[in-house]
Write a protein that binds this ligand. Structure first.
Ligand SMILES: *[C@@H]1O[C@H](CO)[C@@H](O)[C@H](O)[C@H]1NC(C)=O
Ligand SMILES: *[C@@H]1O[C@H](CO)[C@@H](O)[C@H](O)[C@H]1NC(C)=O
Ligand SMILES: *[C@@H]1O[C@H](CO)[C@@H](O)[C@H](O)[C@H]1NC(C)=O
Ligand SMILES: *[C@@H]1O[C@H](CO)[C@@H](O)[C@H](O)[C@H]1NC(C)=O
Ligand SMILES: *[C@@H]1O[C@H](CO)[C@@H](O)[C@H](O)[C@H]1NC(C)=O
Ligand SMILES: *[C@@H]1O[C@H](CO)[C@@H](O)[C@H](O)[C@H]1NC(C)=O
Ligand SMILES: *[C@@H]1O[C@H](CO)[C@@H](O)[C@H](O)[C@H]1NC(C)=O
Ligand SMILES: *[C@@H]1O[C@H](CO)[C@@H](O)[C@H](O)[C@H]1NC(C)=O
Length: 851
């Protein structure tokens, strides 16, 4: 029986796979439809007949061939049951689930239906039809936790529940990853393509995941209103780089609105809010600005001043034109009426731009009933029986027709009624595992075999097993059920003695129509043997169990491979700026890195965390590969956390992080290759290096490095303190522009030049206050940067016994003394370094103003 069920399940799976083979990860059900077809945009629709239990199909032909899926629907009785679609999914994979409802007066009643929709056990939405000809569409993004996902209709308060289409789209990569995805799914509130060309939505095939990006020109009542004067649409045909994960599709990013009068205003009504939202805006600079033009703006939301803190400079944040920048919040409380404004800053010459946005509500996933797994395993034994196909959770939001549940948050099954269902075979084991069961009715079937041991169901009060073909003895455990009130076993083929306890007066017991004898008086020899065996057996079992516990305990110490892989890039909560909600690092294969570096052939440097090698990827990109020393990280998870953090940091004055590799015990970080090496080499001149002689160039480098460090301090949340700012961490690209390297790594250093395992930094650059107090602040970086400025001016190393005279080995002390004595001549120095060096600047976070 069980294997037959498994086979059937497999067949079902095969069916699904073959249905969606041409569009991997797509399931598109035309509810009520009779046949399979491909629509005008290439979506392959299939009939839902095999996936749903109950309901009636109806056909209401449409003119528009593009919308053939709306010519049929399936409706269900307006009763207390729930009606579920159960679809096979890949566990631990994110899916977009979309259900649509186009009423079209299918029941000729013109009563607009209202009913509840649930995703598994979790209430998803109340579907309210208020227009017969406009589809209601509900969309959610959920991490599949089980091998099936069900969508259920229930609780019709008016009209009959119905459904027109049900779609499933599988995401890959880390698109829509959130920290909360095990407890919350995302219910779509708005996904808007700004500046869209006409009213048409962008979806498949422009969006390979078939998200529907609604045009902002399609105005619905109270949705996207209050548009500011001066809002203009712009569009480009040039390619826009949208990242490797296709977030959002290029076509969406190629259009935008800009606020020519300085601001963009919108108001959105967010169904189901106030609530906690996942909200992301998508920007790309798609206008060719003149060199002296800038576009900087802030988000302004009335009553929420924190939103306005960061400044968006799309081109800078995205590291170029025609590139995606996607700031947002992964968890922010939004009101029902959400008014927002993007407002240009005073020093910006252009008004704000907006290409797209998405807002989802976090919906808490209901735990589901405690007996859900047992019940679904029970139901899967009867693949042919209608009652076993009801789907969804056995208790929530509404229980199966043959089940009653307790009303706890995580309900238990209290009662099972499977009377006269024509069931054959033995009584399923699962029933004995329902430990809260009070009532069991299996009468009037063709159950055969023995009565299983119900001693685990201590609440059982009513047992109906009459009129079956059960045989064997009555287990004595039945008599030991402490709460048993009624037991019916008449008309079976049971034999042997009736256990003594069952003849108690307080129990209603009918055993007629069997071959049973009255209770036996003395304990027989056989029973003694059984008891002895049982005791010995129990001791043995106990011993084995203890052994097993020890084994599993031991094994637990090593995290399993699978959990580690899945734990991949974790994301942290952050501000508008740094929170790039769905971004993640690219993962390189170790072989790819080995090929690129010619098996770590050319060493180009070493830093606090390992050795850096030169590499060239198959596509020609030059890379710097940092092979981390093994003790840099305590665990894989820690490494991946760092990687996730690194991948969020983007600035044109920071060395671009390209990805990582994590294989065979090697932790590798991959960066863009910087052709001109370190600032240190250029100041003092290595064997092949040209010294930078131009003051303007030096100033430019100082400014570049300053911008990079400032971004770490103010553009990221939590603030990133570099901790090891020094001239060998300032790298120069092809054009001799400076970028800061080695940021974002927070673990203690392991390299000799560093002071201690607690204080990270390099002698000569280390802020004495930090060293003394061990209190790390941004000011420590500022101090180190001050030392770099001194290096830039003087060309001296920060620590040197040669350059500063006998009793002075430190550039800062040297400068202090020189200033006091008054021997410093170059007027330049007074020009851009205040006499007190940089400790004054240290008090201001925006120290760029010091330069
Ligand atoms: C059914 O719907 C009604 C009206 O929408 C609502 O008040 C009630 O709470 C719902 N019942 C359940 C069990 O969700
Ligand atoms: C993710 O999906 C896209 C589009 O369906 C596909 O091109 C890409 O190869 C997939 N990536 C992975 C890692 O499966
Ligand atoms: C877009 O739809 C609105 C109504 O929602 C209509 O007034 C407008 O004419 C449509 N625009 C185009 C370009 O079809
Ligand atoms: C917006 O700017 C245009 C010119 O660009 C001007 O004619 C119009 O009056 C401005 N509107 C407002 C409300 O400032
Ligand atoms: C979001 O933040 C709120 C308030 O800080 C918190 O209660 C909630 O659990 C967080 N997560 C989600 C997914 O809503
Ligand atoms: C920008 O200009 C407005 C009006 O001219 C002024 O009220 C505001 O204070 C200015 N903001 C800054 C940061 O200078
Ligand atoms: C009962 O099940 C048998 C096969 O197991 C089937 O032939 C018969 O039609 C069923 N009877 C009813 C009333 O469903
Ligand atoms: C026991 O069950 C049989 C058959 O259903 C019935 O005829 C008889 O009356 C029952 N006896 C009692 C004591 O209820």
């Amino acid at each position: 029986m069980a294997s037959a069920a498994a086979l059937l399940l497999q067949l079902q799976l095969l069916l699904l796979l073959s249905l969606s083979a041409a569009q991997p990860g797509f399931i598109s059900l035309d509810c009520g439809g009779a046949d399979d077809y491909t629509d005008g945009i290439g979506i392959q629709w299939t009939s839902d007949a095999k996936l749903v239990f109950g309901g009636q199909a109806t056909n209401l032909p449409v003119q528009n061939q593009l919308q053939k899926q709306y010519s049929t629907l399936r409706y269900f009785p307006a009763d207390n049951s729930k009606y579920c679609y159960t679809m096979n999914v890949r566990t631990r994979t994110r899916y977009l689930v979309r259900a649509s409802f186009l009423y079209r007066n299918f029941d000729n009643s013109n009563v607009y239906p209202k009913f509840d929709l649930s995703l598994g056990a979790t209430p998803w939405s109340t579907v309210i039809i208020d227009d017969a000809d406009t589809p209601v569409v509900e969309e959610a993004i959920i991490l599949a936790a089980a091998p099936t996902l069900s969508v259920c209709l229930s609780n019709a308060s008016t009209g009959q529940p119905f459904i027109s289409t049900l779609e499933l789209r599988q995401f890959n990569g880390s698109l829509y990853y959130t920290d909360y995805e095990a407890q919350f799914f995302l219910a779509l509130s708005a996904r808007i393509n700004f500046g869209a060309d006409g009213n048409k939505s962008v979806r498949y095939p422009d969006d390979p995941f078939d998200r529907i990006w609604e045009s902002d020109s399609l105005r619905r009542a109270n949705y996207l209103v209050d548009v500011a004067p001066g809002t203009e649409r712009i569009t480009t045909t040039k390619p826009v780089f949208v990242g490797t994960e296709l977030e959002p599709p290029e076509k969406v990013m190629q259009t935008a609105v800009v606020g020519q009068n300085g601001s963009l205003n919108y108001r959105l009504d967010l169904e189901g809010f106030p609530g906690n939202a996942w909200a992301v805006s998508y920007f790309a600079e798609i206008e060719d600005l003149a060199p002296d033009e800038t576009r900087k703006f802030k988000l302004v939301v009335p009553g929420m001043p924190l939103f306005s803190k960061p400044t968006v400079d799309v081109e800078e944040n995205a590291q170029g034109k025609y590139r995606l920048y996607q700031p947002g919040y992964t968890n922010v409380t939004l009101p029902f009426v959400f008014s927002f404004e993007f407002k240009k800053t005073n020093d910006s010459s252009k008004g704000p731009i907006l290409n797209a946005m998405e807002i989802y509500k976090h919906v808490q996933i209901t735990m589901g009933s405690q007996d859900a797994n047992t019940m679904s395993s029970l139901a899967s034994r009867y693949p042919q029986a209608g009652w076993a196909q009801e789907g969804g959770d056995p208790c929530l939001p509404v229980s199966w027709t043959w089940v009653q549940c307790s009303s706890e948050a995580a309900p238990r099954v209290l009662s099972i009624t499977l009377s006269e269902k024509n069931i054959t075979g033995s009584i399923p084991e699962e029933l004995t595992k329902l430990s809260a069961l009070v009532e069991l009715r299996l009468d009037g079937n063709s159950f055969s075999g023995g009565i299983p041991d119900f001693s685990g169901c201590r609440n059982l009060q009513y047992i109906h097993l009459e009129n079956n073909q059960l045989n064997g003895a009555l287990p004595s455990s039945l008599g030991e059920l402490p709460n048993l009130k009624e037991l019916y076993i008449q008309n079976n083929r049971l034999s042997g003695h009736i256990p003594r306890a069952l003849s108690k007066k307080s129990i209603i017991f009918n055993s007629s129509g069997n071959n049973l004898q009255g209770p036996s008086d003395s304990i027989s020899r056989g029973t003694i043997i059984i008891i002895v065996c049982a005791v010995v057996g129990a001791i043995l079992l106990l011993a084995i169990a203890i052994g097993c516990c020890l084994c599993t305990h031991k094994r637990k110490k090593k995290p399993s491979r699978e959990t580690v892989v899945l734990a991949a890039p974790a994301k942290r909560l952050g501000s508008y700026f740094s929170e790039v909600a769905t971004e993640t690092a690219h993962r390189f294969a170790l072989s790819e890195i080995e090929d690129a570096t010619d098996k770590f052939e050319r060493r180009i440097g070493s830093g606090g965390f390992g050795i850096v090698y030169y590499g060239k990827l198959a596509d020609g990109r030059e890379i710097a590969v940092k092979l981390l020393t093994n003790d840099s990280y305590q665990g894989i998870r820690e490494f991946l956390n760092e990687v996730a953090l690194l991948s969020r940091i983007h600035h044109r004055n920071l060395v671009t992080f390209l990805g990582y590799s994590q294989q065979d015990g090697k932790n590798i970080l991959v960066y863009e290759f910087m052709h001109n090496g370190t600032l240190k080499e250029h100041l003092r001149g290595g064997p092949n290096d040209v010294k930078i002689t131009s003051w303007v160039k030096r100033l430019e480098i100082a400014e570049d490095a300053a911008k990079g460090i400032e971004y770490l301090h103010t553009g990221c949340s939590p603030t990133i303190i570099h901790r090891d700012v020094k001239s060998s961490n300032i790298l120069l690209d092809k054009n001799m522009r400076a970028k800061v390297a080695d940021f974002g790594l927070s673990k203690p250093a392991v390299d000799g030049s560093h002071v201690s395992s607690i204080v990270r930094g390099t002698v000569g650059y280390l802020d004495p206050e930090y060293y003394i107090s061990q209190q790390l602040t941004e000011k420590s970086d500022i101090y180190s940067f001050g030392v770099i400025l001194l290096e830039l001016i003087s060309g001296h190393e920060p620590i040197s016994s040669d350059n500063f005279g006998l009793n002075c080995r430190n550039i800062v002390a040297w400068l202090g003394r020189t200033l006091r004595v008054g021997t410093l001549t170059p007027s330049l120095m007074h020009h851009w370094i205040p006499a007190t060096t940089c400790s004054r600047c240290g008090r201001s976070r925006r120290w760029a103003s010091c330069v």
